[in-house]
Design a protein around this ligand. Sequence first.
Ligand code: C5P
Length: 241
Amino acid sequence: MQERRPLAKDRDLIVALDYASGKEALAFLDLFDQGIFVKVGMELFYKEGPAILKAIKDRGHRIFLDLKLHDIPNTVAGGLGSLLDWDVDILTIHCLGGRKMIAAARGALEAAGKTSLLMGVSVLTSLSQEDLKEDLLIQGDLEEVVGHYARIGREAGLDGVICSAKELAFLREKLGEDLVTICPGIRPKGASLGDQTRVVTPEEAGRLGADYIVVGRPIRQAKDPKQAYEEMRKAFLGGQA
Ligand code: C5P
């Protein structure tokens, strides 16, 4: 096991820029005078490539590049090595790739001398206990599965995990505070769930101690996206906003 490095602990709301074009993503960012934290995922990155990362960084925003790498260790190390050229703040791999894959990813970061946070997707927030059992033949309790992946992941070199805020208390009890947590599946009271199943409100995520929350549709599809961003961020951060 590699020596643990000090973790860049911080708290913020990350907006998922799940737009079909860079033009739409940048139009959204033009609403903001100050740098915010954004997530670039498959939809935008596959369409626009690394140029969109540069455009976002040039505007002063922080980037969580969420491509959820999942392949054999050598391929993930190589893929991650290529992504490291873009100096983003946070990167993701799937814990389901196993300990060797996670260690290879950590190795790529160390070899490049980069300090981006390496985060592992535990169990997608769109999956329920029933999905695990019926579709994936995973019989364990969902919380236990998330806890197990987080432990393996941490031992193999992850800085933290992506999980639902519903699992945070369990994770903190099992693994302590030495784990960065990013929680998607955030919905204000009464909002449409879409494809998410394990959801909490921004206030609850704050109370439960998430380091970061990721919010997409409730902000992008709001009548006033900037106002929705500010309200949800304040709700999450409470007195710290
Ligand atoms: O629109 P919504 O708020 O559901 O967006 C959530 C974002 O978080 C999406 O971009 C999705 O890819 C991401 N995400 C997730 N569950 C995970 C990891 C990331 O929903 N486990």
